[in-house]
Design a protein around this ligand. Structure first.
Ligand code: 13P
Length: 253
């Protein structure tokens, strides 16, 4: 993993009311006292961001949003901007998750604008990419990843992307219990890193953390983390329970 600091991130999706999110965060804080080697992030729903960020302040847990809209402010009913997310106490923002691409119309182009807004507001983007089952079966995995990275990161300089995190989330592995094998994950991560080398040079490519996401559980995290290009995980279902998530954070390679 070279010198990349592992990041274990929990995407809570549309789960937990504000008080439930606060309760889970408090529980996690008590469980994580001794953890110092891994960065930890949780992404609750928008309604709980400020409350969770408030109790996590100064702790090992960073907070992230699950999406943003690229305009700073304006008549965009229902949307949340990057400055709003930053002012709620967030450090990260997940962008281009496959559920957003599938249900809410996110495209490579809108993802590109969202990443730009995150960077301009000093939020660390967690940029999600990944192929569908059909695309994998028809051997299009690498071409899909190639296009998502090319378009999603179009017009950025390597300086813009200093903090970027990429999450490889094969759509067929999300919420299905079907994890990519460590070989499949490593293959995709190595491909993504080689693409980053080509576009932005070796130095940046070697520093960007690439997380794996898709049915990560306490019993498969260690083998995934043992792979050289897997720098962390973006965890859905198994991040909702503090004890289970702690077991993932405490992975041993
Ligand atoms: P699961 O861990 O529930 O498969 O979800 C993965 C995911 O989509 C994280 O963003």
């Amino acid at each position: 993993m070279e010198n990349r600091r592992p990041l274990i991130a929990g995407n809570w999706k549309m789960f937990k009311t504000c008080s439930e999110a606060v309760e889970t965060t408090r529980r996690l804080l008590t469980l994580l006292e001794k953890n110092v080697d891994t960065d930890v992030m949780i992404a609750p729903p928008f309604t709980a961001l400020a409350a969770v960020a408030n109790i996590a302040k100064g702790s090992l847990i960073s907070v992230g949003a699950q999406n943003l809209f690229w305009e700073k402010e304006g008549a965009y009913t229902g949307e949340i901007s990057a400055p709003m997310i930053a002012s709620a106490g967030c450090k990260y923002v997940i962008i281009g998750h496959s559920e957003r691409r599938r249900y809410f119309g996110d495209t490579d182009q809108t993802v590109n604008r969202k990443i730009a807004a995150a960077i301009q507001n000093d939020l660390i983007p967690i940029f999600c990419v990944g192929e569908s089952e059909k695309e994998r079966e028809s051997k299009e995995t690498f071409s899909v990843l190639d296009k998502q990275v090319k378009k999603g990161l179009e017009n950025f300089s390597s300086n813009d992307l200093k903090t970027l995190v990429i999450a490889y989330e094969p759509v067929w592995a999300i919420g299905t219990g079907k994890t990519a094998t460590r070989i499949q994950a490593q293959e995709a991560h190595a491909f993504l890193r080689s693409k980053l080398v080509k576009c932005f040079g070796n130095k940046l490519a070697k520093s960007i953390r690439i997380l794996y996401g898709g049915s990560v559980k306490p019993n498969n995290i260690s083998e995934l983390m043992a792979m050289p290009d897997v720098d962390g995980a973006l965890v859905g279902g198994a991040s909702l329970d503090a004890e289970t998530f702690r077991k993932i954070i405490d992975f041993q390679t």
